[in-house]
Design a protein around this ligand. Structure first.
Ligand code: NI
Length: 148
């Protein structure tokens, strides 16, 4: 769990620094008309943070297994209107949401990390698993933004 927390802390510092090297054009260009731009990928990570903060809080007090909140990824990116916002607006939201997620994660008592969550299709996981999965998903998409 400590390693997961350290990775999230690392990215909250690293992402703004690395994005400084990308031009507004690089950030806004869609590789294909129906594919997300890098700005929209960062926006998708904001939607993921919004949803996962809800999950991390609710999993601690709702009855177990907590049935996780779902979200339709493409509809969220479209309706949140990231493509028409500045890079700094999307980035500031990403930083604020992940700083909040980190604050929630670091204060979860040890025993609650074993609370159960229903992620659908009969799969039951722990809250700790959900948190690790959140950071892995984040890193997968950062790889798409920054390249190998
Ligand atoms: Ni994703």
């Amino acid at each position: 769990m400590n390693a997961t927390i350290e990775r999230l802390q690392h990215w909250i510092k690293e992402v703004p620094a690395r994005l400084a090297n990308l031009s507004e054009h690089d950030f806004s260009e869609r590789p294909q008309p129906h594919k997300w731009s890098k700005k929209e990928i960062l926006g998708h990570l904001c939607d993921s943070a919004l949803t996962n903060i809800q999950r991390f809080v609710r999993a601690q007090y709702e009855s177990q297994p907590y049935v996780v909140l779902k979200y339709a990824q493409n509809q969220w990116v479209e309706h949140m209107n990231y493509q028409n916002q500045s890079v700094s607006q999307v980035l500031n939201l990403w930083i604020a949401l992940n700083t909040q997620a980190l604050s929630v994660i670091t204060t979860i008592p040890e025993d609650r990390l074993m609370y159960t969550c229903d992620i659908g299709e009969g799969q039951i996981v722990t809250l700790e698993w959900l948190i690790k999965d959140y950071v892995e998903h984040l890193e997968h998409h950062l790889g798409q933004i920054f390249g190998p």
